[in-house]
Design a protein around this ligand. Sequence first.
Ligand SMILES: Nc1nc2c(ncn2[C@@H]2O[C@H](COP(=O)(O)OP(=O)(O)OP(=O)(O)O)[C@@H](O)[C@H]2O)c(=O)[nH]1
Ligand SMILES: [Mg+2]
Length: 302
Amino acid sequence: MFKRIKSVFQNIASRVAEVVSTRELTEEDLRKVFSDVELSLIESDVAYDAIPLLFEELKKKLVGARVSRFSSEEAMELVKEALVDVLSRVEPKYDLVEYIKSSNVKPFAIVFLGVNGVGKTTTIAKIANRLLKTGMKPVIVAADTFRAGAQEQLAIHAERLGVPFFRGKYGADPAAIAKDALTHSAKRGFDAVLIDTAGRMHVDVDLVGELRKIVRVVKPHLKILILDALTGNDVVEQVKYFESAVGFDAVILTKMDADARGGCALTLSILLQKPIVYVGVGQSYDDLELFKARDIAERILS
Ligand SMILES: Nc1nc2c(ncn2[C@@H]2O[C@H](COP(=O)(O)OP(=O)(O)OP(=O)(O)O)[C@@H](O)[C@H]2O)c(=O)[nH]1
Ligand SMILES: [Mg+2]
C-alpha cells in the first residue's frame, strides 16, 4: 500500500533531516526539495493543483525548525506531524454510523453518488453491515434502473446481510422508487435508508437530470460521494463534476488496500474541504474503516 508516495515522503524527510540537524530549515531549502520531488509527487497521484498548497502546509511546520544534532528521527517526526496536519483537514469529527444512531432523525436517508465502478454498491453493503452491528435497522434501495445487473447485485448483498431491499423495474423512475422506499421505511420504523444510484459518466446529461430529481424528491439527509483511490488525477474532476451536478456532503474513499501510489488521499485532503467519512480497505463487509489522519501519515512514513 502507498509504495510510491512512501518513497517520495521518505525522500523529503531525509532531505529535511540533513538540513535541520545542522541549521534551521529555510523556505528556500524546502522549495528546493519540492522542486526536486514535484514529478514524483505527480506520479504518486498527487494532483498538480495540490502541490503548492502541500508546500504551504509543510512550510508552516518545517521552516525554522531545528532539531538536536544528527537526530534524523526527530526530523522524520516533524515531517510526519506536518503530514498529519494536512490529512487532518478531511478527518471526520464523528463516526458516521454513530452519528446516525445518536441523531433523532428516523429514517436517516443517504444518497450515494459516484461514477461507474468506484464501489458504490459494495460500500452501501458495508455501511448496512456497520449499521446492523450497532443495532440499527437499515434498508437498501436500488435507484439504479439503468445498468443491467445493478439491482441483482444489490439484492444479493441485501440477502446476505438480511436487510430489506427495494427495487423497481428496469427503466422505472428511480426517484419514485426511492420515495416509496422512504415512505415505507418511515411507517415500518426503519432507521436508515441507503440509496444506490446509477454510475454516472461525465457525458451523461440525462443521468444528471435523474440524479437531481432523486435528490429533489428524496431530500436526503446526506449525499455521499464515492471515490476510488485508484482513479488518479481524475478524482479532482469527479469532485468538481458532482459538486456542480447535485453537491455532496462527504466522501468515502474506496480501494485504499489496492492503492500502490497513495497520493489520492493527500490530494483530497488539500482540495476537498469536506470530510472523508470512511475508507474502503477490501472487498468484504468489514473492510470499511474510519479515515484517521495519523494512521495514514504513519503508513506513509513508517
Ligand atoms: N480491493 C477493494 N475492492 C473494492 C473496494 N470497494 C469496492 N471494490 C470492488 O470494486 C468493484 C466495483 O464495485 P461496485 O460496488 O460494483 O462499484 P459500483 O460503483 O457500484 O459500480 P456501478 O454500479 O457499475 O457504477 C467490485 O469488484 C468491488 O468488489 C475496496 O475498498 N477495496
Ligand atoms: Mg453499483
